[in-house]
Write a new protein. Structure first.
Length: 243
């Protein structure tokens, strides 16, 4: 599935995330992280989004300009940063996939999806219905990417509740109905954690085998009642019948 393209002279077009994710049976959603000619800036911005897709790859087509992530020092640095975050979150992703597999017969359950539009988690908030420029990984991690060329900030909607900046744990109190303008320089993609969540993590590594050998870390984001909950699914990583 390759509905998204990046043009060197246009903004990034995120292809209706909330509509795409309605295909809840497709857990490995693939939007190519490049498809036609791009620029250094847009290539960097695109990997900031694609790093958090369930299926993430840098891809182009024959006849277009070379755009491997290492061709620009700035893009290589951005890729290392966001892909390290992705790899540190693999226990969280793995748990989400387990839950999605378990809920395969109940596609109306939010846990049947790994990536989610905001309205999946906040169906009583009409302001989330048209949002197609932010998305959730599970219920707890919100990605608010920059989609416009030349932009150094982004407007992000925070549904009701407590939210934390992933990088520095700054608290945002979501009251609904109003979006906040967030700083987003070229090397930064805003990521926020939902209060009330416990997110399992491990150290980023070059392979999943190496990563699974590192210690677990629990990232605890308290809600307004100063409580949080979460879970983690673990198996041996190799058996067809999970052990």
């Amino acid at each position: 599935m390759s509905p998204t393209s990046v043009s060197g002279n246009s903004s990034i077009h995120l292809f209706f995330i909330n509509r795409l994710l309605l295909f809840v049976c497709l857990q490995f959603i693939l939007c190519d992280i490049h498809l036609v000619n791009t620029t250094e800036e847009l290539c960097g911005r695109w990997i900031q989004i694609g790093a958090f897709y369930t299926f993430s790859r840098d891809h182009t087509e024959k006849g277009t300009l070379s755009q491997e992530l290492y061709r620009w020092d700035s893009v290589a640095a951005i890729a290392r940063k966001v892909l390290s975050i992705r790899y540190s979150l693999l226990p969280y992703y793995y748990t989400l996939f387990y839950k999605a597999h378990r809920e395969v017969s109940n596609l109306n359950a939010p846990s049947a999806t790994v990536l989610r539009p905001l309205f999946f988690e906040f169906p009583d908030d009409p302001s989330t219905y048209p949002i197609d420029r932010q998305f959730l990984v599970g219920s707890a991690v919100m990605i608010s990417p920059v989609l416009e060329q030349g932009a150094t900030s982004v407007k992000a909607y925070f549904p009701q509740g407590v939210w934390y900046d992933f990088y520095n744990q700054t608290i945002f109190t979501g009251k609904g109905k109003v979006s906040k303008t967030l700083p987003a320089p070229f090397d930064h993609v805003p990521i926020h954690l939902r209060g009330g969540s416990v997110i399992p993590m491990q150290a980023a590594a070059n392979t999943t085998v190496s990563g699974r050998k590192t210690n677990f870390t629990l990232l605890v984001a308290l809600n307004s009642s100063e409580s949080a909950s979460g879970d983690v699914y673990v198996d041996d990583g190799v058996s067809l019948q999970p052990n």
